[in-house]
Ligand binder design. Structure first.
Ligand code: ADP
Length: 490
């Protein structure tokens, strides 16, 4: 099964799977084959080895036994001088026939030239009868072999005269049918057992693989639904195993996707709303100018000034949004350099003096130490500037805003304290959100975009620092920023 994951520009993850999985490509089939062969091949191998071992065991015992008999007969022939004394020919034949009937095997006695002297089957008498075992026996070496094709054991033993000369050989041909039949029966039974066990294994494997793969199917189906946009879908698997871990990971991912999606929607609607207000004002102002004929120049200028300040407002929003977008792209977010914090804050304050002066707000600065930290000076000065500007904005006339710099060997602490309207505890966690304002009606007067604290927060986070508010409604607000002296890359 092929899964492809695409991340759309909007952030939504699309997962598509092509359903063209052939039956032999499925995991179920693979598992089935693996399990089947693990069970089946050893059984078949075992049956071959067992049948072979049985055959060689019976062959060995039989060969030894028949060779022993051949030796015994050779000894008798030697002792009774059957081969050298022609007068004993009848009793020789008689005795061999007796033995052959008794033991149920064929006895062939040949002389040193390989000519058959006695054959209990009577078919080869007088003929030259040379087989490998006879040749070896005439050569002085007793030999026995099982001939699979003839289903018989051939065993030959030599016969000597008084001078230890080889004067002939005894060959016994003993049928091996009984043993063959026995091995056949065993083989047949084993084969039936193998087939039976294989069928049982196949069933077990089939059900086990169903059991193993069922949760995977469930996971896949839910992923498909999620990829179709049903972000509320969750995978539910009971127990605690690798599948539940995968399910938990996917559920977490989906939850985050849902959050990203909803904050994206909220963000887009906020941006639209923020831009719509100045645009509507501009539209109304333009229409008024267009509709009113012979408008006095004074009024004309006044309307254009209003339009200009609305455009400024929109520019501020767009600039702040651009700053946030840059901060969101973490890779190229920071240009770290040694930054003199005291100098940086003094520069920011110099820029903001006119704003404070307008409201007759006292702008105080206190620093206990010379501090240099590794930071992106431009971004950090904007972040601190937002805090001081807010202090001025949200403090009534004749108030005070104080900036204090302190630090230890690891961190620098920048505190911006004002005597303004303060922020209730309930609102404190929300003010860092984009476009969040405590008093929605004041934004026009203060000229804020609602993005200042979001930019400050994102910048401080990128510097691996922290920001905290100490305030209560009506009692002024204190923002404490902690920044590490040494910058650590994530
Ligand atoms: P704005 O552009 O509206 O100032 P910010 O993101 O800078 O947006 O601040 C968000 C909100 O937090 C403000 O609208 C204001 O209600 C509140 N706030 C920020 N700073 C202060 C402060 N020093 N005192 C009181 N309220 C503050």
């Amino acid at each position: 099964m092929n899964l492809s994951i695409y991340i759309q520009s909007g952030g939504l993850v699309i997962i598509s799977s092509d359903s063209g999985v052939k039956w032999y490509q499925s995991l179920k089939w693979l598992l089935f084959i693996i399990y089947f062969f693990i069970g089946f091949i050893p059984l078949v191998l075992f049956s071959f080895i067992m049948s072979d071992t049985l055959k060689s065991y019976f062959a060995d015992t039989n060969e030894r036994e028949i060779l022993y008999q051949a030796n015994k007969i050779a000894g008798t022939i030697q002792k009774s001088e059957y081969l050298t004394d022609p007068e004993k020919k009848d009793s020789f034949e008689y005795e061999m026939d007796e033995k052959s009937n008794e033991e149920n095997f064929r006895i062939i006695v040949v002389n040193s030239a390989g000519v058959v002297v006695v054959d209990t089957n009577k078919t080869a008498t007088g003929k030259v009868y040379i087989v490998r075992e006879v040749l070896m026996a005439l050569d002085g070496k007793d030999e026995a072999n099982l001939r699979w094709d003839e289903r018989a054991v051939y065993a030959a033993a030599y016969i000597e005269n008084g001078n230890s000369e080889k004067i002939g050989a005894v060959l016994i041909v003993s049928p091996f049918d009984d043993v063959y039949d026995l091995i056949d029966v065993i083989n047949h039974k084993w084969m039936m057992l193998t087939i039976g066990i294989s069928i049982i294994i196949a069933f077990i494997v089939f059900f086990v693989s169903q059991l193993i793969l069922a949760p995977l199917k469930n996971i896949l189906e839910t992923i498909k639904k999620i990829s179709e946009g049903q972000l509320h879908q969750r995978i539910e698997i009971s127990g605690k195993n690798e599948y539940t871990e995968i399910a938990d990971a996917i559920n977490n991912m989906t939850e985050q996707l849902e959050q990203v999606e909803s904050s994206r929607q909220e963000f887009v609607s906020n941006v639209s709303h923020e831009l719509k207000t100045p645009l509507s004002s501009i539209k109304v102002l333009c229409e008024s100018i267009l509709l009113q004929e012979d408008m006095p120049t004074e009024m004309y200028r006044e309307f254009l000034q209003d339009i200009n300040s609305e455009v400024d407002r929109m520019t501020n929003i767009v600039n702040d949004l651009l700053s946030l977008v840059k901060l969101d792209h973490r890779e190229d977010a920071l240009n770290i350099q040694e930054t003199d914090i005291n100098k940086m804050i003094q520069d920011v304050m110099k820029r903001l003096y006119p704003l404070a002066e307008k409201k007759n707000i006292e702008l105080l600065y206190e620093s206990n130490k010379d501090m240099t930290i590794e930071a992106d000076e431009m971004k950090l000065s904007l972040a601190i500037s937002n805090l001081i500007e807010n202090g001025i904005k949200y403090t009534p006339d004749n108030g005070m805003v104080k900036v204090t710099i302190d630090g230890d060997h690891q961190n620098v602490f920048i505190t911006v304290q004002d005597t303004g309207i303060g922020i209730s505890e309930e609102e404190q966690s929300k003010v860092f959100k984009r476009f969040y304002r405590v008093d929605k009606t004041r934004d026009r007067e203060t000229g804020g975009t609602g993005l200042g604290l979001a930019i400050t927060h994102a910048t401080v986070m990128l510097h691996n620092g922290s920001i905290k508010i100490v305030s209560s409604e009506g009692n002024g607000a204190t923002f404490i920023v902690r920044l590490p002296i040494k910058h650590i890359e994530d």
